[in-house]
Design a protein around this ligand. Sequence first.
Ligand SMILES: [Zn+2]
Length: 436
Amino acid sequence: MRFSIAIKNGLILTMDKENRVIQNGFLGISADKISYIGEEPEDFFSDEIIDANEGIVLPGLVNAHTHIPMSLLRGIAEDISLKQWLEEYIFPIEKKLNSELVYIGALLSCAEMIMSGTTTFCDMYFFEDEVAKAAKEAGMRCLISEGLFDFPSPNYGSNIEDGYRYTRWLIEKWKDDPLVNVAVGPHTPYTCSEEILRKSKEIAEEYNVPIIIHLAETKAEVQQIKERYGKTPTQYLNDLKLLSPHLIAAHCVHLSKKDMELIKENNVKVVHNPECNMKLASGISPVPEMLSMGICVSLGTDGSASNNNLDLFQEMDTAAKLHKISKMDPSVMDAITVVKMATIYGAEALGMEKSIGSLEVGKKADVIILDTNKPHLTPLYNPFYSIVYSAVGADVAYSIINGKVVMRKRELVTLDVERIIKDAKQWAAQIRAWLS
Ligand SMILES: [Zn+2]
């Protein structure tokens, strides 16, 4: 047998339908795909052999909702109301955004994501072509969308037609890329006119790409939409025929029973962002209820300015604990379910479950290896418990995306992290000057 990369001596969590776990397992990669999983073959040749050293081998994590250039706004202002935070800090800065700032912020986030086990992310922001370029440089898989709304955009200006044109151009530009995928990104039901929502659906159907939206994040949003249209945001989107298996809805915090039924009926994909919801005091999404209804609920961090990092290991830990305390029941959101949310359910949310999200022969080789030879990961009775309740992003030793090693023994292969940090610090000084 011949491989380009062989991983041996690993505790492999396949996250496949049977949830197979392979002790002392071997995973072979040929070009961009997984070509072998099982016991170590007696005879094989590989260009690179990685000794997992009894560490955990699992599918690369999927961050199903983020705004990665916002890493440059991390910690700009904290512990104030959402209204004050947006009006006094975020919006004034976003008015001055430019492509270079977005690019550096995106690179900084790509470095952070690779170093904490994320191999695929789903993004909405401005100047998204720069996000695509950064992802490409990092060797990361992504689904990106240009944020569309009623207000002037720092990228396409005040004519929404230019926003549609930019979206079409992005889709065309990246349509044959192996890593970069493009979606349509109407921001929210309350910041987008009916016209933008209808047009987004039209473009998404024309190109057969997903739609990314924020939905029912706050009580205020639900109130506003009810006053405007006499129905909940979910019912409003349903009446506009936006609910579909290709709709990726972030947050879904304030849902009625009927809203959840509509989400289920239309197979809408939900993204849970527990840390952001807690930090902004938005509320607790009914995730256990949605999961028990069979709704696909994935996991996201949201932007770094409201989290304040992109570490999905921390997000898994928080997701599990938030719902346990909320229900006063330690059995809800068990560890296996939470790991699924960050892997196979994330892939499903992005429409990529046939190619990523689990370790199976024939799937794309997006693989991470955790170094478990650490005090806080010893002993290791159950790998799922260790991942959700003990591990942190910094435990990821190797990351492989599309069959290429992007981090080896915690050294980034594709990105110059020192230069990126230096550039990011320079932009932070500029941002501080804008606010003064
Ligand atoms: Zn968001």
